[in-house]
Design a protein around this ligand. Structure first.
Ligand code: FUB
Length: 444
């Protein structure tokens, strides 16, 4: 995605870098920016906020600061950088220089409480405060939770004002928070609230309440022993017992290295959404945050939803440029890579790879496709296939070999006329790993 001034605005205000990005599509953070472990909450001003770990390297997940996203319409997302740091000149964690993982947020009496965890400390979890939802958050204090596998803070405030703290891996632990919101009441600790054995629980506890039912959302390990799904369990009481509900979303085939998921549910403008992440770059870091609408059934159960490119928006207009990195499914060796600091593309394409885009609206009919390609040492082709990976090809884009000077070329080809809304699958043919990269495509 090549961002121009219409879509991308960078401003420095009181040391916080704001990136305003107009896009209703997945992923919701702009090219060159990465985040994971998203906790979504509607806060006092009615805006939707997403607090996330900030990824910055293919070699490790997370970093030493948190960014936050905010929106009023699910179309314009503002990324506020460095709302809280554990190292460097903005360091607000005096007792540790470890990276920051997996935030959650709570509000009480004019103060926002930002909970975080730091791996490998005796007391890994902590809390910082601010008078503003976008920080800066200051004065990080460690929380004494006792025991092993302390990870991923989740905070839930019930209708009676009682706040609960949830944490842990393999089994979730829960306790009441004291009124100061920074200490747990150790007399109330409950173990095995949700477990690997009974609920496929791995980590990433998050709780909401809807129609008197408490929903426990978590990373679900029940499919092929991988932590790529978000699951849920329900109860009539905040501390359980929780009944297993099922999977809400699975990020299998979002990236060759898909390895984990962590997210949340949020209601915004009378619609519920699941917020989740998946890796890019064929590696563990550089994760991207996405969002999909979900539906609650009459009995309170949640249907599993698929990953899409359109996310919280409508099907993409086929006549507008579609950034190749917005593929919701990738099969084979193909992956998203950063080609400049603000542009991503599909790279490492091999013969037989696929990328899917759900959904694209061709309206009354279009019969031409243009692809923006960064040519490589060997050429190839892209079949445009509708609805399923095995669906009919409506045309083929032929790509010449070039001695890779990293300059984009646009190639246009006539295709069979396509009408209406479809999933579009791109089926790649190329000779080796030094083949072309795909930047964007559009139809006319
Ligand atoms: O992002 C670092 C860790 O990976 C989180 O703590 C886990 O929930 C998993 O997403």
């Amino acid at each position: 995605m090549l961002l121009n001034s219409k879509y991308f605005l960078t401003t420095i205000i009181t040391n916080l870098l704001l990136i305003v990005c107009v896009q209703a599509q997945n992923p919701i953070i702009p090219a060159g920016t990465y985040g994971a472990d998203a906790t979504a909450r509607v806060l006092q001003d009615g805006k939707l906020y997403i607090y996330a770990s900030t990824d910055e390297s293919v070699n490790y997940p997370c970093s030493w600061h948190f960014d936050a996203l905010s929106t009023s319409d699910l179309k314009t997302w503002t990324v506020t950088k460095n709302i809280f740091s554990s190292k460097g000149d903005k360091d607000q964690v005096p007792y540790s220089n470890a990276p920051l993982f997996a935030p959650d947020i709570a509000y009480k009496n004019g103060t926002y409480y930002l909970y975080y965890c730091q791996p490998d400390l005796k007391n890994p979890e902590g809390v910082a405060t601010s008078k503003s939802p976008l920080g800066p958050f200051v004065n990080g204090k460690s929380i004494n939770l006792f025991g092993n596998n302390q990870i991923d803070p989740g905070v839930f405030i019930d209708d009676d004002g009682q706040a609960y703290y949830i944490w842990g891996q393999f089994q979730a632990k829960m306790a009441k928070l004291k009124p100061n919101m920074i200490e747990i009441d150790s007399a109330t600790i409950k173990y095995n609230v949700v477990t690997q054995k009974e609920h496929f629980f791995h980590e990433a506890s998050y709780m909401i309440k809807r129609n008197g039912i408490y929903y426990f959302i978590y990373t679900h390990m029940g499919r092929a022993d991988r932590a790529t799904s978000l699951g849920y369990a329900t109860s009539k009481s905040p501390m359980g017992p929780f009944k297993y509900g099922g999977v809400i979303i699975d990020t299998d085939h979002s990236d060759t290295a898909t390895w984990n998921n962590h997210g949340s549910l949020v209601e915004f403008n009378k619609q519920w959404y699941v917020v989740y992440h998946h890796s890019t770059h064929g590696d563990k870091g550089m994760r991207k945050i996405c969002i999909e609408p979900i539906k609650f059934n009459e009995d309170g159960s949640i249907n599993e939803v698929e990953m899409t490119t359109q996310g919280a928006g409508s099907p993409l207009d086929a006549k507008e440029k579609i950034d190749a990195e917005r593929a919701c499914l990738l099969y084979g060796n193909v992956r998203v890579d950063t080609v400049t600091s603000t542009n991503e593309a599909l790279t490492q394409i091999q013969k037989g790879d696929f990328a899917a885009y759900k959904y694209i609206d061709f309206k009354d009919g279009l019969n031409n496709v243009t692809a923006s390609i960064i040519p490589g040492r060997s050429g190839g082709s892209i079949d445009v296939v509708l609805d399923n990976s095995w669906g009919p090809s409506v045309g083929t884009i032929k790509i010449p070999a070039a001695l890779g000077n990293d300059k984009n070329i646009e190639i246009s080809t006539t295709i069979k006329s396509v009408k209406g809304v479809h999933a579009v699958w791109l089926r790649f043919n190329s000779d080796n790993q030094e083949s072309f990269k795909l930047d964007w495509f559009k139809f006319k």
